[in-house]
Ligand binder design. Structure first.
Ligand code: CDP
Length: 228
């Protein structure tokens, strides 16, 4: 069967990764969470005290880029890929609120983006990939056969993410989550370099009132139209 590239972009907590994973599973494609890569670099910046009170030492981070190795490794028992920062599994750590609050600052640095985009393009060189993020349809894979732009009502998104995070971070509050999402959405869509924006040829998927099965059906239908 003809293999395509599927690029999924959109605001935080719109369920991009859920759609992406389901499509990848059904099509036997690989799935890459590009946000996890930016989160891993943000974690490195935190660990090395390159970010303090939302102020990033950009110059030091750029100098450090040659020492930052971000890679995915498949975990057979989880049946999913996990992210490694310099050979250490950081899959859980990158979801912490500390990382969520730092990631958009780190992701606005062009040199960071250049390094990660090159890696992402390598991963997708043979097609048969579903990647989600903010600039996948616009910058990473501008020729992707299917581009989705996922949106949902901000309150619905904050509730979804709050429930998801409560499992691992019981002290988290709804206000904290909502504030982080709106702050990141603003930073991601207004940054100078590769801002989050809808690609001209993207299909818009608003899942405010769609359940998982309904949104999957729609996305799968669009994918099959392109594959055939
Ligand atoms: O929390 P959520 O799943 O919505 O976000 P994520 O996909 O984990 O991405 C975390 C952050 O990384 C975003 O808020 C962006 O600042 C940045 N990012 C980016 O700039 N470009 C991408 N392709 C993916 C993520």
């Amino acid at each position: 069967m003809n293999k395509i590239t599927i690029a999924i972009d959109g605001f935080s907590s719109t369920g991009k990764s859920t759609i992406a994973k389901e499509l990848a599973k059904k099509l036997a494609y690989s799935y890459v969470d590009s946000g996890a890569m930016y989160r891993a670099v943000a974690l490195y910046a935190i660990q090395h005290k390159l970010i303090d009170d939302n102020v990033l030492n950009t110059e030091k981070l750029i100098e450090s880029l040659t020492h930052i190795k971000v890679a995915f490794q498949y975990n057979n028992s989880l049946k999913a890929s996990e992210i490694y920062l310099n050979d250490v599994n950081v899959n859980t750590e990158i979801r912490s609120m500390i990382v969520s609050n730092a990631v958009s600052i780190v992701a606005s640095v062009p040199e960071v983006r250049k390094q990660l985009v090159a890696l992402q393009q390598q991963m997708g060189a043979k097609k048969g990939i579903v990647m989600d993020g903010r600039d996948i349809g616009t910058v990473v894979f501008p020729n992707a056969e299917l581009k989705l732009f996922v949106t949902a009502d901000p309150l619905v998104r904050a509730k979804r993410r709050f429930i998801e995070l409560q499992a691992t971070q019981p002290s988290i509050t709804m206000e904290e989550v909502a504030e982080n999402l709106s702050h990141r959405d603003l930073m991601d869509s207004t940054r100078t370099h590769s801002p989050l924006k809808q690609a001209e040829d993207a299909m818009v998927l608003d899942n405010t009132n769609l359940d998982r099965a309904q949104q999957f059906e729609l996305a799968m239908q669009w994918a099959m139209e392109r594959i055939n």
